[in-house]
Design a protein around this ligand. Structure first.
Ligand code: FDP
Length: 303
């Protein structure tokens, strides 16, 4: 956790001065494994985490949304954990001064011996040792869980330390906000359209109509959902039959957080944390947030 905090402070500083002092905004010119243009800050965040963690003696492998293949740490410096990250989520918001973040998961190496096997890298979401995220927003916050409660820490930039500001966070049982890229409506199936229409209907008892909020940085949309309740969705559509969000780097760590805060996360048909991915870059549809709202989504989406 200490190594993660050091990386977070370095990235936070860089994000806060983006636009001045150096050439850090904009594209690198390369395309990542998901076919997305890589921003300079994506690359900076990725290499900062890899650099710090690979020398920490605590991890044996690092997988990242920005790297096609895992980094395997040489045996001499390897530890017993696998670190999984989306180093800078919400890339399309970097250049417009909107909150972005880092999402991470930590798994224990499960195979004996020094070799890192595929089964170490492709573990069930529920087997995380810890999951969390850092949001670089109006303040920089770390939210994490190691399986007993969710705790939030805010960076005091004047002394460079994180302080416990949000102990034992709980998500409201039901919210009144839905969060989804509604521009995709014409490529959704009818179940998804019916679900959104349900949230828009008027019914005082169930707090409808819900408000619509969509930042387009999952980490920021999720942070609001955790604090205020409601549901964040990235459904499957005709363009992305498995959704757009990555299981290991985005869905699973946030599912771990939300469940530990009393909420739930589902593909619409199954619990996210029950999934064992078949490759490190696998995508899943995602419905995450207040328990009652995710239940409502599932009732529309299950056959
Ligand atoms: P981005 O492409 O900007 O990196 O995972 C990627 C992500 O952002 C999420 O942070 C965000 O919720 C989603 O994609 C936004 O996708 P759309 O632009 O398709 O809505």
């Amino acid at each position: 956790m200490n190594e993660i905090l050091v990386a977070a402070k370095i990235i936070s500083l860089e994000v806060n001065k983006a636009g001045i002092g150096g050439d850090i905004l904009g594209l690198t010119g390369s395309i990542n494994v998901h076919g997305e243009e890589v921003q300079k800050l994506d690359e900076f965040a990725n290499s900062t985490f890899v650099h710090i963690l690979s020398k920490s003696g605590t991890v044996c492998a690092i997988t990242s949304e920005e790297m096609e293949k895992p980094v395997i740490i040489p045996e001499k410096k390897a530890g017993k954990y696998v670190f999984v990250m989306d180093p800078l989520d919400g890339s399309s918001n970097i250049d417009v001064n909107v909150s972005i973040g880092t999402i991470f998961s930590i798994y224990r190496k499960i195979t004996p011996g020094s070799l890192v096997a595929e089964t170490d890298l492709l573990q069930k979401g529920a087997d995380q040792v810890a999951g969390g995220y850092i949001v670089y927003g109006s303040s920089t916050m770390l939210i994490y869980s190691s399986g007993s409660g969710v705790h939030g820490f805010t960076l005091d930039p004047s002394i460079g330390e994180f302080f416990l500001s949000h102990p034992d966070m709980k998500i409201p049982k039901q919210g009144n906000i839905y969060s989804v890229n509604e521009g995709n409506q014409l490529i959704w199936d009818s179940k998804q359209i019916n679900l959104i229409n349900y949230f828009k209907q008027i019914d005082e008892r169930t707090k409808r109509p819900y408000k619509a909020r969509y930042i387009g940085s999952m980490v920021s949309d999720f942070h609001r959902t955790l604090l205020k309740g409601g549901i964040f969705m990235y459904p499957k559509d005709h363009k992305n039959p498995n959704g757009k969000l990555r299981f290991a780097f985005e869905a699973s760590p946030l599912a771990f957080i939300v469940e530990n805060a009393g909420g739930s996360a589902s593909t619409g048909e199954e619990r996210i944390l029950d999934i064992v991915p078949s490759n490190i870059h696998q995508c899943v549809p995602l419905y995450i947030g207040s328990r009652e709202d995710v239940k409502t989504a599932e009732s529309f989406l299950k056959d």
